[in-house]
Write a protein of this length. Sequence first.
Length: 587
Amino acid sequence: MKRYKFIIILIGFVLALGACDVTDTVPEDAITDLNFWKKTDDLKLYANNFYTTLSSPSQWLDNTSDNCVTNSPDNRLFNNITVPGSGGGWAISNWSNIRNVNYFLSHYQTVEGDEQEIAHYVGEIRFFRAHEYFNKVKTFGDVPWLDKDLTTTDEELLFNSRDPRKFVIDKVIEDLEFAALNLKLPQDVENGRLHKFAALQLLARVCLYEGTWMKYRNLSGWEAYLEMAATASKQIMDEGNYAIVKGNAPYMFDDYPLFYRQQFIQEDLTSNQECVLPRIYVKDKLMHGLSRQVNETGWGISKDFIESFVCVDGLPIALSPLYQGDDSLQLEMTNRDPRLRNMVDNKNLPYYLDGSRPISYPATTVAVNECPTGYMASKFRDPVPAQNEANQTTYDWYVFRYAEVLLIYAEAKAELGTISQTDLDLSINMLRARLDEPGVFEMGRLSLNPAEDPLALVDGQPRYGYAISPLLYEIRRERRIELAFEGFRWDDICRWNAGVLIENPKTMLGMVVNEDVVERYKNLFGGTDQFEGRSFYEFTDWDGADKKLLKVYANSSRTWDDKLYLNPLPTDQLSLNPNLTQNPGWN
């Protein structure tokens, strides 16, 4: 049963405590600087407000990427973004969290209490500042670093130029190192509250991002960041007592296990060894709607993502004799990495319970407002009926998951050229081991010298726009699959300098539509042809193989522009502050 002792998020708390007049009278009916900043509970109350900035359930976390095909062309992927006149993530309101963090850091010193307790909450606040700035760097690149509570008289700072991203990232790392040193251990804090290993995981994430961003743009010094990423992730692996968990998968058809998917629909993650930090939901207290919403996304999974899953022998589909082709979804899933059938809707994936027996849809609806590609993402769909009522989902959400730690470690070591087979066995192969089906098969493990995937080339050119080793290619594949729909893919495309990925035509294609598929859908949907006369689609002959696939955007293609790695600054801010400059390509 889910424990009820967890962090309470207080959304209405007034952070701008310094807005009142300073007098010798302490108001009895208001919170001011005169009656706040006294005890450690004041620090805790203040810090609670920032927890809403952490990751939360959403069905759209990967919809801007090569994993998904939305029912209308994504503005970024189709280069339809225009420079905003105002807002755009750079408005005053977008900096309020940073101001509020700095306000805390300039006022907490008057609190009396246990020094370790005080240091913990200072660690929380510095974690949140790092989190805010990391997101701003990913969005805009260079940004002004502010480490004091600004007032309207601080004109020099208010009208300063942007600081270099490396300077800001180094400040982010300082904050996270402080947080990791001062935050308590998980067992010493309330469920859902920040702790040492959460800070280390964000530190590892930041360092991997910046190290690879620099490496693939030929900027010197990238090695130091990747060393920090490897060190931070290994510390979690050695000290954190986390593990890759094989779910008990109670919902299955005829030996059709769902070990992987079961990890994402668990009512209680607080004692799950794969969960580094949960976002906790409780019936009638705090709920979300993800289980229902994953069936109403208006986007589908791309053919390119489907083809990225290896077969159970660990070989890619272009090399494995086990691959059965794609003339039907069931054939396409046969002998494949079990995560495919765990996260993509299919006739053996239970949808809801009829009494005590799970039942499922016999086929995925191919529709603009539901799933335009025929491949529906069902990673977060719970078969229990109550979880699929509007905004009634109560299973917990991973803010930080241990699988990411292992992936960071493997990638950082591979990028540095120091990875060993032992490193792979401690990381990637732990993820593969979860997929084993006892008595049926053992999922193929990754070795230091994997075979080169022919699909690493697209139209004769390296998929990423540059050549990488087969091992690094497989590590990136593993990351793409394991973390799919959790919000990592766009960041990965950016840091790898790999926007060319979205030019691959298969990133806009869906399922095969042959005579058998059309007939099957007719039989299942009252004789109606689900594919005939749809102007939204273009049925595309593929690879000269007399094979038709759904093409979601008829008569469309995509050409990447490097300016899309960063957002433009709004024109009003450029006018207000002449020291600001626009990001490359947006002038």
